[in-house]
Design a protein around this ligand. Sequence first.
Ligand SMILES: [Zn+2]
Length: 260
Amino acid sequence: MPKPSLPKPFAPDSKLVAAVLPSPNQDARAGGGPDIILLHYTGMATAEEALARLRDPAAKVSSHYFLYQDGRVVQLVPEARRAWHAGEGSWANERDINSRSIGIEIVNPGPDFGYPDFPARQIEAVIALCRDIAARRAIRADRVLAHSDVAPERKQDPGEKFPWDELHSKGVGHWVAPAPLVEGPTLKRGDRGEAVLMLQTMLARYGYSVPVSGEFDAATGAVVAAFQRHFRRARIDGVADSSTVATLRDLLAARPILAA
Ligand SMILES: [Zn+2]
């Protein structure tokens, strides 16, 4: 059998790239250019293990960028090409997230290995890279997303330690100050009715893939937890308390005006 050809070196898309280490795990994008930035943590014991996997033809996974804890940026796949990081998922009725997105793997071993804080210089590098990509490609603030946003039942990354508020304060992503936790009525697994329907409608309007059925099922709970992990980190339990609902309402109201 012929050996698989090595991926060709390419010119980096961003001035922030310290090294290009091509991954063979890529193909052509379907449809238009990317208009989502999707953030991940690597979730493996070491950075080198994660980087090797993202370049291993057998693993069939990759990302456009790989961001070390010290802030160094490596590019694996040209932005014009489709990298394989999102897997099965959906956002705003789009299912081929890989075709629509630029994927950034942020080195952090994740909860299986103690889930350490993201170092400040790594977050500074995430912010700089996202600003660079968003400016070059006119990516809307509310399309800078977590892997958990597009695959709520499978994924938790980049997780509840990821500082979305700090990104937003530096001009990256869409975010509003979360409504405070208060005692009060909640919507949870098994509930049904108008209030559940309204919650699901708002989540779907923001972009989440959620059944709009009026029944608070397991899928709804997973989406509520994903929403909390990104936008209301004080309590991540998949229960829609009044703070969760108020934060969602504020977020929708504050969304950048959509182009016609
Ligand atoms: Zn991921």
